[in-house]
Design a protein around this ligand. Structure first.
Ligand code: KIV
Ligand code: ZN
Length: 517
């Protein structure tokens, strides 16, 4: 291994979840947390417990389930009630961290907090001390650090370390920094804060200028030893630094950075897919590392070179990030053992029950489709991964549509494996009719905001993937499903989105949520 280890702090479940339309329920957060643990993330920021009872529950369940495998972190403003909620939510974790933040820039001090410098220092110090009553691992973030006067930033960092902070995070909250500027800020702290070696310096960059990854890497060069990032760069506005890009830059250019991470890079692609399916945020095709085209060589001269010697045009091997592309893999006669092997090679870990369900789907698919590709298998797995989130299941549906006739759909659903309810509806087309029938049965009026269809692989018999975004009572929910029958894929995707809305309909307390950081 090369040089120091860089701590990978993932905030997909906190900063990432703040992205509009990306909110996840507890079951979904647990699913993402499981994937992050398997990916090898060192610290998982699981949420902001004081924000809502749902956030508190999610952090507690993640702490209970995964707190022996990764450090579970909870965010907290510099307020006693927030710190106490964070401490309580983390109770069950063996490895826990409280992350306390307080804005330090003049703009925030004057307009948001109406506090002067000495009040900021006092509040920050008291908050770190209070958090230390719950655990020893404390992170302090001077929010909007990049726009904070450097001498004041140094003072805040020094005082919070003296109060017990073990990590000092330097957020570029508004994505304002450039690589050399951020490098200077980190270097300045290292050179001017007398007790800086008693804490880890962390980078936290937003992507408003498209520089989040570059800035984070500049921080590593300047001596930061923790990077905060999210899967697929998810996050508010333009998002956070993308975990997969940071990790692969550090690995591919180990010669230059001289550091390493503990990430199992073969899980990057499956994790990116999982987060995209759960949040409904599509990964752009040409996205670095995890985009569908990231390893596609179109130009003849490149293909020629790659065929002769891969390193001519490839700086990373697709398999190192778990990219499977369009490999033709299995057919109807492939056995369960070959199927399991392939799934492991693709970077997934399924328990026996889940494996059996996906294998059954595979056998059914093999009846309809001659050639099955890795991308088909990935789609089948993702289709099943969110199963446990669905109370309502599709039993069967029938549609009729054609020229000069009113499209109709009859749908039958099961709730929690029991009651079977059927209803029928008409619509603009067969898909619209199915959607309306689903809404009638679940008594959940929804508005379709986005509908997207793509083919998972090539050929007329390819599986179609449908993604939908619906809004219910002003909130957006996503669903994604695959099938060789596009109407069925649409029905399943819509049902998944409605299931998410239905789960959210369950009673929660009505305490007002604090503003998000
Ligand atoms: O961007 C930011 O400043 C944050 C802090 C809460 C760390 O997310
Ligand atoms: Zn942030």
């Amino acid at each position: 291994m090369t040089g120091d280890r860089i701590i990978i702090f993932d905030t997909t479940l906190r900063d990432g979840e703040q992205s509009p339309g990306c909110s996840m329920n507890t079951a979904e957060k647990l699913e993402v947390a499981r994937a992050l643990v398997e990916l090898g993330v060192d610290v998982i920021e699981a949420g902001f417990p004081v924000a809502s009872p749902g956030d508190f529950e999610a952090v507690s369940r993640i702490a209970e389930r995964f707190g022996d495998r990764s450090t579970i972190c909870a965010l907290s403003r510099s307020r006693d009630e927030d710190i106490d909620r964070a401490g309580a939510a983390l109770q069950a974790a063996e490895q826990k961290r409280i992350h306390v933040f307080l804005a330090t820039s003049a703009i925030h001090r004057e307009h948001k907090l109406r506090m002067d410098k000495s009040q900021i220092i006092q509040r920050a110090v008291e908050s770190v001390q209070r958090a230390r009553e719950y655990c020893e691992d404390i992170e302090f973030s001077p929010e909007d650090a990049v726009r904070t006067e450097l001498d004041f930033l140094c003072e805040v960092v020094e005082r919070t370390i003296a109060a017990g902070a073990t990590t000092v995070n330097i957020p570029d909250t508004v994505g304002y920094a450039t690589p050399s500027h951020y490098h200077k800020v980190i270097r300045h702290l290292r050179e001017n804060v007398p007790n800086i070696d008693s804490a880890i310096i962390s980078a936290h960059c937003h992507d408003d200028l498209g520089l989040a990854v570059a800035n984070s890497l500049a921080a590593v060069e300047a001596g930061a030893r923790q990077v905060e990032c999210t899967i697929n760069g998810l996050g508010e506005r333009a998002g956070n630094a993308a975990l997969e890009e940071i990790v692969m830059a550090i690995r591919t250019r180990a010669d230059y950075f001289g550091v390493h991470t503990g990430i199992n890079t073969r899980k990057l692609f499956p994790t990116s897919h999982l987060v995209s399916s759960i949040t409904g945020m599509k990964v752009q095709r040409n996205k670095a590392i995890v985009g569908q085209n990231a390893f596609a060589h179109e130009a003849g001269i490149h293909q020629h070179g790659v065929l002769k010697e891969r390193s001519t045009y490839e700086i990373m091997r697709p398999e190192d990030v778990g990219y499977s592309g369009q490999n033709l893999v299995l057919g109807k006669h492939s056995g369960r053992a070959a199927f399991r092997d392939r799934i492991v090679q693709l970077g997934f870990e399924l328990d026996d029950a889940a494996l059996q369900r996906v294998f059954d789907d595979f056998i059914q698919l093999a009846d309809k489709k001659k050639e099955i590709y890795d991308s088909d298998i990935t789609a089948l797995i993702e289709n099943r991964l969110s199963d446990n989130l669905n109370n309502w299941e599709l039993v069967r549906f029938q549609t009729s549509a054609g020229t000069n006739m009113m499209p109709t759909a009859t749908v039958e659903l099961q709730k929690n494996g029991e009651t079977v309810t059927a209803d029928a509806a008409t619509g603009d087309g067969p898909i619209d009719a199915v959607f309306r029938a689903l809404e009638r049965i679940m008594q959940l009026p929804a508005r379709l905001e986005d509908f997207d269809v793509r083919s998972v692989s090539g050929g007329k018999d390819a599986q179609g993937e449908v993604r939908v975004t619906v809004s219910v009572s002003g909130r957006e929910y996503h669903g994604k499903a695959v099938s060789t029958d596009i109407i069925e894929a649409a029905a399943q995707a819509y049902l998944k989105a409605l299931n998410r809305a239905d789960a959210n309909r369950e009673p929660t307390t009505t305490a007002p949520a604090p503003p998000q950081p």
